[in-house]
Design a protein around this ligand. Structure first.
Ligand code: NDP
Length: 262
């Protein structure tokens, strides 16, 4: 499929790892120029130098920042404008999940989780919407199936993620017809968060294949495995492209069939 990303500019938050990095790579391959951000400067710059080598120095812009710092996000937007002149696609991907039950989630945890989930959308949206409107562009948010299908061991993150879907739906109406706003709902994708949980597994003798296999079985994933970051990235690239020009306010599940709703 021709996604028509040639001559377009995309911004990917959390672009140094996992789903974000796979998205950066697919967008670059499809012809876009890409600006990416993440907090850890060393890892981000290592990733950026490989991307520049593979796709060209002038097609990649990387800045170390937290999406929770509005001034830094606004400076990043100004730099994207100065460097690339426009922004056609914003992929709001930065973040991570929180494992906690109601009993072990403190008030501070609730506030931190709501801040991360909502403001990781709000700050980049405020900064990039003017350029997106000018370009008749698109937003794709990376969210979790937990937004629709909560789990008691992730009570706080699931609740905040439901709020994000609600925000995105309203936004899709407010910024239409200039900007399309869509999201993907991830089940379990084999990336940074799961790599960290695998490293901290109870039984350190368990192999990677065994641990991931057990995880997929225990979750009852119909496709029998976790997703690859590239599989999430393909859905993001579709929703952000002109191939999805009549799709807005939608959510696409990328969960190997884990969803129970119709
Ligand atoms: P990774 O840990 O592999 O990647 C997360 C990326 O976000 C990294 O680049 C990280 O870099 C960056 N990041 C985190 N916090 C911030 C911040 N405050 N500001 C800027 N960058 C930030 O995770 P995944 O690829 O798995 O996750 C991507 C998204 O998908 C996340 O929002 C996650 O919650 C969501 N998701 C993932 C699921 C999965 O199974 N993998 C399931 C459901 C949702 P750094 O730490 O250097 O800032």
């Amino acid at each position: 499929m021709d996604y028509k990303y040639n001559d377009s500019v995309a911004v990917v938050t959390g672009g140094s790892s996992g789903i974000g990095l796979a998205t950066v790579r697919v967008l670059l391959r499809e012809g876009a120029k890409v600006a990416l951000c993440a907090r850890t400067e060393g890892r981000l710059m290592d990733v950026a130098s490989v991307l520049k080598r593979d796709f060209g120095e002038d097609r990649v812009l990387a800045r170390a920042l937290s999406v929770l710092e509005p001034e830094a996000v606004h400076s990043f937007a100004a730099e994207v404008k100065a460097t690339f002149g426009r922004c056609d696609l914003l992929v709001n991907n930065a973040g991570q999940g929180r494992v906690s039950t109601f009993a072990d989630t403190t008030d501070e945890d609730w506030k931190a989780e709501y801040e991360l989930k909502l403001f990781s959308q709000i700050h980049p949206l405020r900064a990039f919407l003017p350029m997106l409107k000018e370009a008749q562009g698109a937003v794709v948010a990376v969210n979790s199936l937990l937004a629709l299908q909560p789990e008691p061991h992730m009570v706080c993150t699931a609740s905040a993620r439901a709020g994000v879907q609600n925000l995105l739906k309203s936004l899709s109406k407010e910024v239409a017809p200039d900007v399309r706003v869509n999201s993907i709902l991830i089940g379990l994708v084999e990336s940074g968060q799961w790599t960290r949980r695998f490293a901290n597994r109870e039984d350190q003798n368990q192999s990677r294949a065994e641990w991931y296999g057990n995880l997929a079985n225990s979750k009852g994933i119909p496709l029998g495995r976790l997703g690859a970051p590239e599989e999430a990235a393909a859905a993001i690239a579709f929703l952000g492209s002109r191939a999805a020009s009549y799709v807005t306010g939608a959510q696409l599940e990328v969960s190997g069939g884990l969803s129970r709703s119709i």
